[in-house]
Design a protein around this ligand. Structure first.
Ligand SMILES: NC(=O)c1ccc[n+]([C@@H]2O[C@H](COP(=O)([O-])OP(=O)(O)OC[C@H]3O[C@@H](n4cnc5c(N)ncnc54)[C@H](OP(=O)(O)O)[C@@H]3O)[C@@H](O)[C@H]2O)c1
Length: 300
């Protein structure tokens, strides 16, 4: 796909949005950061990656032309309002790329798009931390899987070049759902548990958490099966523990949201699972208990 006529918009100045913008800036790909309030100045950012600092100036000017590629790296609970705000600035055949943790946004998002607009989902394993308004650290070098969500996206070439430059290395798949369920499995254990215990991810590798993790994974597998997603509980547990070990020194996003008393994505992770379970006539006592505890107990 040629990028010569692409007008790229990145919504917000969150960690992943700034990561994507910084990578595009380093690749000399033009883009517009779409901020809630129109800015008269571009954003000065110190981007730290692999022990190197890159002073960057990120373009925050509204585009003069309609946007052809809109990347939305916003929290799941912001997707609907962000689409409402930014879709009017997009072409009738724009590529719209969601990028968030959790599930449950896709049905409403599809309804918000015009018939010719292509909806994609980018699931990323990159990690980024914004430690101040002008400081971004690429804390975890990962990759991204991109897949189509609506029918029109399924029959068009993926916006590979730009998303690869922003959040690559990029893998394009024809069915994104297994990728989202796999990510949900990890998030549904690590995020709520670390947020409840207020610990770093590595704490979950300790033996005292194993019974609870086994229960959470077993319940997850039950629900996933009702949605046509098959997981082996033993290998999934090993995967969860491996992610916890590989990110041992990190705080999960839900832990950070809770520590800073910000809204979290629990509804789109555990809440989504509980809803899917209820529809299938299942109960998930371990997830239900975590959900209740997180909603009832204020962080220490
Ligand atoms: N950070 C990571 O390492 C990481 C890794 C993998 C996945 N993720 C997932 O990726 C998603 C984004 O994460 P993040 O850490 O980048 O979140 P974040 O730091 O909260 O960034 C989201 C940004 O989007 C902005 N925003 C929301 N609605 C907007 C709108 N209508 N117009 C303009 N800006 C808008 C928010 O602004 P306000 O603050 O004003 O609302 C915020 O600055 C989440 O689902 C997260 O779980 C994150």
């Amino acid at each position: 796909m040629s990028t010569a006529n692409t007008v790229t918009g990145i919504v917000g100045q969150g960690a992943i949005g700034l990561l994507a913008a910084s990578q595009l800036a380093l690749h000399q790909c033009p883009f517009h950061l779409l901020l809630r309030r129109q800015q008269h100045h571009n954003l000065v950012l110190n981007f730290r990656q692999q022990q190197q600092d890159f002073p960057l100036l990120l373009n925050c000017q509204r585009p003069q032309q309609l946007i052809t590629l809109l990347l939305l790296p916003v929290k799941a609970f912001s997707v609907q309002s962000a689409l409402q705000q930014w879709l009017p600035l997009c072409t009738a055949d724009a590529d719209i790329v969601l990028c968030h943790n959790g599930m449950g946004t896709l049905v409403a998002a599809q309804q918000q798009l015009q018939p010719g607009q292509k909806l994609w989902f980018a699931s990323t394993t990159h990690g980024a931390l914004k430690s101040g308004p002008h400081q971004l650290e690429h804390t975890g070098i990962g990759g991204t899987v991109l897949g189509p969500v609506n029918d029109i996206a399924r029959i068009t070439p993926a916006p590979f070049t730009l998303i690869n430059a922003a959040l690559g290395p990029l893998e394009v798949v024809s069915d994104i759902l297994p990728v989202l369920w796999q990510k949900l499995a990890i998030n549904a254990v690590i995020n709520p548990l670390t947020a409840l215990l207020m610990v770093k991810n590595g704490e979950l590798t300790k033996p005292q958490h194993r019974t609870q993790i086994d229960q959470l994974v077993a319940e997850f597998c039950q629900v996933a099966r009702t949605q046509g997603q098959q997981f082996d509980a033993h290998s999934l547990t090993q995967r969860v523990l491996a992610v916890a070990a590989n990110t041992a020194g990190n705080y999960s996003s839900m832990q950070q949201d809770r520590a800073l008393q910000r809204p979290d994505e629990l509804e789109f992770i555990t809440g989504f699972l509980l809803n899917a379970a209820a529809e299938a006539g299942l109960t998930l006592p371990a997830h239900q208990q975590l959900y209740r505890q997180l909603r009832e107990v204020k962080p220490a």
